[in-house]
Design a protein. Structure first.
Length: 246
């Protein structure tokens, strides 16, 4: 699906902030300047900037402009900001990593009672059951377990699973990912983790579970991602639109 104009502008502004073209503590160019720069409407600029506000990159100051409040971390970590809808591949490549995926399990099955309770996918539903090891710069850092409804995501292959599943959902399957629910816990490593991940001295992992919903509000995918903790960071951005009592 083609990207919208405001999405392209948002990504360009975000890149310029990440690369310090627009430095932390300074202000974005004015709306009029950005309109001329990108050749678009005022509303398009405001939509792009609103996404930067949601992700904690900028903050509007009445009468002054939009101030940059994002500081790049000196340590390279892949960063799941909980306001955004994005997959692992997009996230880590933006952080400068090279990502590769090895599929260790790809099979068809039906959801049993245990999986229904764990994932929320209905009992008896035909699914793809996939396990993948994710490599960052050649080191096994993460292992995913993906359960995907076959009726909503048809035609998925092992070759597709070796790439970005989010890309497949949006492009090949034509799905709109409307909502993602994510939860993060810290758990002890298991023999399975030790077999597939290069854990070094770590004995625990950051475990993120995700549930993806389409535009009809139907959950079509469940993922459990077990992450080596040294490069995983969780960000939550909260904004307050309430004004103090006068």
């Amino acid at each position: 699906m083609p990207k919208s104009k405001y999405d392209s502008i948002y990504n360009d502004l975000k890149l310029k902030i990440d690369s310090n073209v627009y430095e932390d503590g300074t202000y974005l160019p004015s709306e009029n300047t950005l309109i001329k720069l990108y050749g678009c409407s005022r509303n398009t600029i405001r939509r792009a900037v609103s996404h930067l506000i949601i992700e904690g990159y900028v903050q509007p100051h009445h009468g002054k402009g939009v101030r940059i409040i994002h500081s790049s971390s000196p340590n390279r970590k892949y960063d799941f900001t909980m306001s955004g809808i994005q997959g692992f591949t997009d996230t880590v490549t933006k952080s400068g990593y090279e990502v590769k995926t090895k599929v260790i399990v790809f099979t068809d099955m039906e959801v049993n009672e245990q999986l229904e309770k764990k994932t929320g996918i209905p009992l008896g539903m035909p699914i793809y059951y996939i396990r993948r090891v994710r490599y960052l710069d050649g080191i096994a850092k993460m292992v995913d377990t993906n359960l995907i409804r076959k009726d909503i995501v048809p035609g998925l292959t092992k070759a597709d699973a070796e790439k970005s599943l989010f890309f497949y959902f949006s492009n090949s399957a034509g799905l709109e990912i409307k909502t993602i629910k994510r939860k993060i816990t810290v758990e002890h490593s298991t023999p399975f983790d030790e077999k597939y991940l290069e854990l070094d001295d770590y004995n625990c992992l950051a475990v993120m579970t995700s549930k993806c919903y389409n535009e009809d509000g139907i959950q079509f995918e469940y993922t459990e991602s077990r992450n080596r903790p040294d490069i995983f960071v969780f960000n939550s951005v909260l904004t307050n639109s309430l004004k103090p009592n006068q």
